[in-house]
Design a protein around this ligand. Structure first.
Ligand code: FAD
Ligand code: EPU
Length: 335
């Protein structure tokens, strides 16, 4: 059923109150196919959990919320399982399901908001793991033709917060099912960030995947705002990659500037550090702000508009460019 003139406020984690001319949900590829036929050549927005979106204006078109459910083991060997999830499953619930079955590989991605279907869009990542590490393939309906196409790991062209769905085939497909290859051997990855430290605090020496998930949840909860309490979409910007010579220049003024090596010639500098060092952390501008515990997260304290949050992001980009000669790019999808 298609509803008209619907507020999108409950459907985006920034809590931005814009309207969609028309709104509907779909629970199967067949139902989606029928809706697409009736909506041919008209503006369309596919929505998962709305946790990586900044809505800056009303959407004059059809918003379609993905509710394709179902988790199924397709095949397994002694060591590995191929598992399929409907794109409308909630990502974190899928992670918890896999942990309960002892399927390993996505426990470091615990508590990332949103849907399974959006996970390949920006190759979600956290704590040393990206979905490309366990991704097998996905099925997607081509909007123009209604045909179902399969994309394997290589055709998705995954990169850091990137995939083909943000570039060459942007807005051309609706992802309906995602397949993951997970290990049945407990092989935890705790080397990244504060995971080991957190496990120590929890008194755990030989962690299971459930322990790693609990540690990641504890770290995330301590610094990232819960969108149910403060509107946000996680990291607003990507961490920039700069040349080594440029980094050496920054070190002259900031000897403790953090970085991670990227190949021989480049380093990644945490955007959170750049934004904090430039004095933005905890800043409040009207109803918008930069979160007090994580400078990479822009927030809506109440009734901010998408345009106001976008303006704050522009001001930050300009200031960082002026101070560090680094042009930050937005990670969040702007509409
Ligand atoms: P939406 O916001 O609904 O959509 C995002 C984009 O994908 C839109 O362009 C939409 O049109 C498109 N899209 C959605 N579903 C489909 C589909 N089925 N087919 C085709 N296109 C589709 N991300 C990380 O990578 N790592 C993190 O650690 C992380 N932490 C976060 C923490 C917080 C507190 C928040 C709020 C966000 C965080 N994010 C993180 C960002 C976000 O959770 C992910 O990008 C997530 O995958 C978005 O899923 P979604 O279903 O909410 O997508
Ligand atoms: N930092 C600061 N000040 C801050 C925040 C960060 O100085 O306010 C510096 C510190 O040096 C810190 C470093 O940045 O050690 C890294 O911070 P953190 O571990 O919080 O990670 P991040 O680089 O800010 C990235 C992802 C997150 C992901 C975490 C954990 C991007 C754009 N963001 O954040 O993803 O959860 O690592 O792996 O790559 C998201 O994409 O929405 C997201 C939340």
């Amino acid at each position: 059923m298609i509803s008209e003139n619907v507020s999108l406020k409950p459907f985006n984690t920034f809590g931005i109150d814009v309207k969609a001319t028309r709104f509907a949900t779909f629970a199967s590829p067949e139902e989606l196919g029928q809706i697409l036929k009736d909506n041919k050549n008209k503006p369309l927005l596919i929505l998962g959990g709305g946790s990586n979106l900044l809505l800056t204006k009303d959407f004059d078109g059809l918003v379609l919320k993905n509710e394709i459910k179902g988790i199924e083991v397709i095949s397994e060997t002694a060591d590995e399982v191929l598992i399929r999830s409907g794109a409308g499953e909630v990502w974190h619930e899928f992670v918890l399901y896999c942990i309960s079955k002892n399927y390993c590989g996505i426990e470091n991605l615990s508590l990332i908001p949103g849907s399974v279907g959006a996970s390949p869009m920006q190759n979600i990542g956290a704590y040393g793991v990206e979905i490309k590490d366990v991704f097998d393939k996905l099925e997607a309906v081509e909007i123009a033709t209604g045909e179902i196409h399969t994309f394997d790991n290589e055709t998705c062209e995954f990169g850091y917060r990137e995939s083909i769905f943000k570039h060459a085939v942007k807005n051309q497909y609706v992802i309906t099912n995602v397949y993951f290859k997970l290990s049945k051997t407990q092989n935890t990855n705790t080397s990244y960030g504060a995971i080991n430290q957190q496990l120590e605090v929890m008194g755990i020496g030989n962690p299971t995947i459930k322990d790693v998930s609990d540690a990641v949840i504890a770290i995330r909860s301590s610094k990232l705002p819960n969108p149910k309490e403060i509107g946000n979409a996680g990291s607003f910007f990507k961490n920039p990659v700069i040349e080594h010579a440029h980094y050496q220049e920054i070190l002259k003024n900031y000897p403790n500037a953090p970085s991670y090596p990227v190949g021989e010639q480049h380093v990644k500098v945490p955007a959170g550090w750049l934004i904090e060092t430039a004095g933005w952390k905890g800043k409040v501008v009207g109803e918008t702000g930069v979160h007090k515990n994580q400078a990479l997260v822009l927030v809506n304290y109440g009734d901010a508009t998408g345009k106001e949050i976008y303006q704050l992001s522009t001001d930050i980009i300009e200031d960082i460019n002026q101070k560090f000669k680094i042009l930050l790019t937005r990670e969040v999808n702007i509409l």
